[in-house]
Design a protein around this ligand. Structure first.
Ligand SMILES: C[S@@+](CC[C@H](N)C(=O)[O-])C[C@H]1O[C@@H](n2cnc3c(N)ncnc32)[C@H](O)[C@@H]1O
Length: 249
């Protein structure tokens, strides 16, 4: 049970060019991340952070043919690692690139200072890039990933960095969509329903599912939202040429 009156303990604090990052713990065992002076997340209810990965990967079509390789996922925002851990729980996933703006959070995670993310970055399938997710998406080769999962703010209406606003509009989402393989999925987390994100994803990829999750905390009701938009599937393989007619015997 969350004890909202308990004073949080600061476990780690760092400042970089993008602002301050603070990791806190609130008894009896809730971890909180504050980024640039803005509450970014805590561990009271991480169902949607995990569902972001699960629902996206559920929508990615099977690749069973020889040579198709495993699944590749790009995650925007390490946070406390729940989305990335859930991605890695899928044995089909062979590569995960995590873009995280704040290097200190990556350092703390590697050093074991972030208990929810213990051991996460030891998985050889994970590559963490300390950079803006916008740059990591831009640098990814077109058609190279099966899912792009964006959870860098509390959604477009509650940003941790003002510069993230453009991540929720069609131009960036269109760029991200070009990085998807056929049948890949572009997914976005939001702390509240966002018609803006849903419309932008539908504009870019043709359709967008909204998944809502109601959370009760501190006597208030929150509705977290996930947006999932699939890219067009691969065109069916061309039919084998018809066998030439057999001459009559
Ligand atoms: C809400 S947390 C992510 C939570 C994560 N899904 C999880 O399961 O723990 C947001 C993270 O995104 C990072 N971030 C914010 N803006 C970013 C950006 N433009 N590029 C990359 N990371 C960013 C923050 O530092 C923070 O670690």
């Amino acid at each position: 049970m969350e004890d909202v009156d308990a004073a949080p303990t600061t476990l780690a604090r760092a400042r970089d060019a993008h602002g301050e990052v603070v990791l806190r713990c609130r008894p009896p065992g809730t971890y909180e991340l504050v980024v640039n002076g803005v509450f970014a997340m805590d561990t009271v209810d991480v169902a949607t952070e995990e569902l972001l990965a699960t629902l996206a990967l559920d929508r990615v079509p099977a690749r069973d043919r020889p040579g198709d390789g495993g699944r590749t996922v790009l995650v925007g925002g390490l946070g406390l690692g729940f989305t990335t851990r859930r991605v890695l729980a899928d044995p089909r996933v062979t590569s995960v690139v995590v873009a995280e703006l704040h290097g200190a959070l990556v350092d703390w995670t590697r050093a074991g200072l972030v208990p929810p993310a213990a051991g996460l970055l030891d998985d050889p399938r994970v590559q963490v890039v300390v950079a803006d997710v916008r740059d990591v998406v831009t640098g990814a080769p077109p058609g190279s990933v099966d899912a792009v999962l964006l959870d860098v703010d509390n959604g477009p209406d509650f940003l941790v960095h003002d510069g993230n606003d453009a991540l929720y509009d069609a131009p960036f989402l269109r760029l991200a969509a070009t990085r998807l393989r056929p049948g890949g999925v572009l997914a976005v987390w939001s702390a509240s329903p966002s018609p803006r994100v849903r419309a932008a994803l539908a504009q870019v990829l043709g359709s967008c599912d909204e998944v809502l999750h109601v959370v009760e905390r501190q006597g208030r009701t929150f509705t977290y939202a996930l947006y999932l938009a699939p890219a067009a599937p691969a065109a069916p393989a061309p039919a084998a040429p018809a066998a030439p007619p057999t001459p009559d015997a």
